[in-house]
Ligand binder design. Structure first.
Ligand SMILES: *[C@@H]1O[C@H](CO)[C@@H](O)[C@H](O)[C@H]1NC(C)=O
Ligand SMILES: *[C@@H]1O[C@H](CO)[C@@H](O)[C@H](O)[C@H]1NC(C)=O
Ligand SMILES: *[C@@H]1O[C@H](CO)[C@@H](O)[C@H](O)[C@H]1NC(C)=O
Ligand SMILES: *[C@@H]1O[C@H](CO)[C@@H](O)[C@H](O)[C@H]1NC(C)=O
Ligand SMILES: *[C@@H]1O[C@H](CO)[C@@H](O)[C@H](O)[C@H]1NC(C)=O
Ligand SMILES: *[C@@H]1O[C@H](CO)[C@@H](O)[C@H](O)[C@H]1NC(C)=O
Ligand SMILES: *[C@@H]1O[C@H](CO)[C@@H](O)[C@H](O)[C@H]1NC(C)=O
Ligand SMILES: *[C@@H]1O[C@H](CO)[C@@H](O)[C@H](O)[C@H]1NC(C)=O
Ligand SMILES: *[C@@H]1O[C@H](CO)[C@@H](O)[C@H](O)[C@H]1NC(C)=O
Ligand SMILES: *[C@@H]1O[C@H](CO)[C@@H](O)[C@H](O)[C@H]1NC(C)=O
Length: 408
């Protein structure tokens, strides 16, 4: 209830300006004061099926939009632009300390609109979401980015350009101060810079930045592959996964979501496979065994939304004796190819000789074993110290008593 009360405003009667190109909107709160300002150009390209064949629709965000569904709050704002026959483009912002950032972009498009999607087989309204990398915008400033920013989401590409947005307008008028995106900064500085266009003010120091927003630790998933013959697990794997990949110029990270993931695979004497298919990522692990040791030999990662696929078939990771499992609780960062890194959390795998469907004795990775040894080492050192102190004390006491007798 208090959450609803917190909504400073919610508003639909955005005033819409017509521009020769681009779209400009003012979202006002219920007092009629400006609370969100946006001016931007968005070009869409959408793959769809027309008459049994793949077709590509390209169109721009028209200047004639409505802002129904937009809302401004103290800590989060949403800009929703509705256009044409049931399409809408929405971007939301959240406050993060002294800055704000974009969270998600959601685009819904109505394939029943034959003016944009001629001959579409489907008449559904589809929706895609993407997480743009627009962060560290100083509160009280506009985000300005003239450069093109390509945002890919499943079958849709959205190209943003000439963006000027202030998501949290405090006193009813747009700020003259701007946070310029890194792509617009002519020098090699990668960080967004706050510039003060207000001529009477002195420039502020740029906010400290992180290149990518830190993701939460991925959820740990438990997976098994069943034996064909008797249906018991012959391969076990437990881990949280994150991939880091470079596409074009852009490095991004994605957590692997166990919920909804389908696990399959096969177990052999020399080679076992685990195939995980989640909504966003398909990963194939190939383990080999030379009868003494097993290891992860090949990894094939394919992402579904943004098209990315990398394979390495010559790995030597997660090595342990056959008949035991490999375990690594600490975060591990493995370089798979120069474009792909695999991060693992709370890892335990056993691709061969699983008995009774449970993990066998674990062989731990170096970091884990060290973290286990450190307390022991510290304990031993303390014990030795205590012994030395006691020995010194007794020797001293003996001497003192001896000299004591002499002095009498
Ligand atoms: C958007 O599309 C228009 C017309 O198709 C084109 O003139 C413009 O260059 C495009 N802008 C971007 C950023 O791709
Ligand atoms: C959408 O298409 C299905 C079959 O393709 C049809 O049964 C349905 O009536 C259509 N719905 C609309 C709103 O046109
Ligand atoms: C989106 O852009 C990528 C890279 O330029 C391209 O490979 C892909 O075909 C595009 N997809 C659409 C739907 O335009
Ligand atoms: C611009 O930034 C300066 C320094 O941070 C501040 O003093 C000034 O009030 C800001 N101007 C506006 C219009 O927000
Ligand atoms: C299931 O089959 C595998 C090999 O085919 C065998 O090693 C295992 O003991 C069997 N488990 C049970 C419970 O029969
Ligand atoms: C898994 O996903 C379903 C639907 O996507 C959801 O209802 C369920 O709560 C999720 N479970 C967990 C544990 O997140
Ligand atoms: C497994 O490897 C051993 C020797 O490394 C070989 O003799 C055997 O034929 C291999 N089995 C299979 C099924 O490939
Ligand atoms: C990797 O996986 C993708 C998708 O599952 C598949 O299309 C591709 O052929 C695989 N590559 C290799 C080398 O196995
Ligand atoms: C596989 O890796 C080993 C060492 O990591 C290297 O010596 C060998 O040349 C590689 N083989 C291929 C086919 O890349
Ligand atoms: C993981 O390793 C890659 C390649 O060595 C490196 O570029 C990246 O910064 C590392 N990531 C972390 C979080 O340590």
């Amino acid at each position: 209830m208090s959450r609803y009360a917190a909504f400073v405003l919610l508003l639909s009667s955005g005033i819409v300006f017509q521009l020769s190109h681009g779209t400009e909107v003012n979202v006002t709160n219920k007092d009629g004061k400006l609370c969100l300002y946006a001016s931007l150009t968005v070009n869409f390209s959408v793959e769809y099926t027309a008459a049994g064949k793949g077709a590509l629709a390209t169109f721009g965000l028209p200047s004639n939009v409505t802002t129904t569904g937009s809302k401004c709050d103290n800590t989060s704002s949403t800009l929703t632009l509705n256009f044409g026959a049931g399409h809408s483009w929405s971007i939301n912002f959240t406050v993060n300390g002294k800055n704000y950032q974009t969270d998600t972009i959601t685009f819904s498009y109505n394939l029943n609109d034959s003016s944009l999607f001629p001959n579409s087989e489907s008449n559904e309204t589809k929706s895609v979401t993407a997480k743009p990398q627009i962060t560290d915008i100083g509160l009280g400033t506009c985000y300005s980015c003239k450069s093109r920013d390509l945002i890919q989401a499943d079958l849709v590409n959205m190209t943003l350009s000439d963006v000027l947005i202030q998501a949290f307008v405090s006193n009813g008028s747009r700020s003259e101060n701007e946070t310029i995106c890194s792509a617009d900064v002519p020098t090699t500085t990668a960080a967004p810079t706050t510039t003060v266009t207000n001529s009477t003010s002195t420039p502020t120091t740029p906010p400290t930045t992180t290149p990518t927003p830190t993701l939460p630790t991925p959820t740990t998933g438990k997976y098994g592959v069943k034996n064909d013959a008797n249906g018991t697990d012959c391969l076990l794997a437990t881990f949280g996964l994150r991939i880091g990949f470079t596409q074009g110029e852009k490095y991004q990270e994605m957590n692997f979501e166990p919920n909804g993931t389908k696990a399959s695979g096969s177990c052999g004497t020399n080679s076992s496979e685990l195939l995980l298919v989640s909504n966003d990522i398909t990963i194939m692990f190939t383990f080999i065994s030379d009868s003494k040791k097993f290891r992860l030999h090949a990894l094939n990662v394919t992402t579904h939304g943004v098209q990315f696929s990398e394979v390495n078939t010559n790995l030597s990771l997660w090595e342990a004796s056959v008949g035991s499992s490999y375990m690594c609780n600490k975060e591990q960062n493995n370089t798979i190819t120069n474009l792909l890194s695999l991060y693992t959390f709370n890892l335990q795998v056993q691709p061969f000789e699983v008995k009774k469907g449970v993990f066998s004795t674990a062989e731990e990775c170096q970091g884990d074993a060290e973290s286990f040894l450190v307390p022991i080492a510290v304990g031993v050192a303390l014990l030795v110290l205590i012994l030395i102190v006691m020995v010194v004390y007794f020797i001293g006491r003996k001497r003192y008593m001896a000299t004591g007798y002499e002095s009498f």
